[in-house]
Design a protein around this ligand. Sequence first.
Ligand SMILES: [Mg+2]
Length: 253
Amino acid sequence: MHPVSSMASLSRQPLDRHAAILCDLDGCLISGDRVYDGARAFAARNEDRLWIVSNNSADTAETLSARLHRLALPIAPERIVLAGEQTLRRLALAHPGAAIAMHAEAPLVALAHDLGLVVGESAPACILLARQTRFDLNSLGRLVAQLESGAPLHVANLDRTHPGPDGYPVPETGALLAALRACRPDVAFRSIGKPAPDLIDIALERAGATRGDALFIGDNPETDGLAARAAGVAFIHIEAPGALPASDGRATC
Ligand SMILES: [Mg+2]
């Protein structure tokens, strides 16, 4: 591990020996709708070998790419690998045309329809728990009931929080899982989000890069660092700068 103080300093470093640069998103390039110092320069400098590997489970690559464009941080959808979307795509391959119970935001529900899955709560073949801001006690009750069907639970990512732009932690999918575990302490589930190596493997396959040619950059040793280790990829740990100024002088949405 090679600690680096910030994205700003990393943006000035040559990383030329790496054919593929894989980078986490929240806490590395952005926080909410604010862009960290150096992130735009870093993305521009490494544009042709940069791949975003994120535990984001609220967006698809398409919706996230559109949001990043509005933040003047243009990254193409095909260069974005997200935990929620990739979980859904794997479920669609494993259970073509099946019923799926989803606790997720609209972009993932729309993608499920596009992939031919039948979204509903009746006799699901599988259950997906992703980041959903309107998840409440009624949602939790429905999830507990759905699990009684015996359908396997897939949790997009296990992060309890991600860094917020004001320096406060933002609740994540793992916080919803913690609520479920308060009701069902021994609930079984699967997750391909970091620290599992699956998302890194997908990015490497898209990049056509070997593990030895790649570098992973992340702010969380417990997810990013362990995923890089599991995938056999070099890792740089950067420290999120904490609270960001109200405006960094560029357009935000
Ligand atoms: Mg992060």
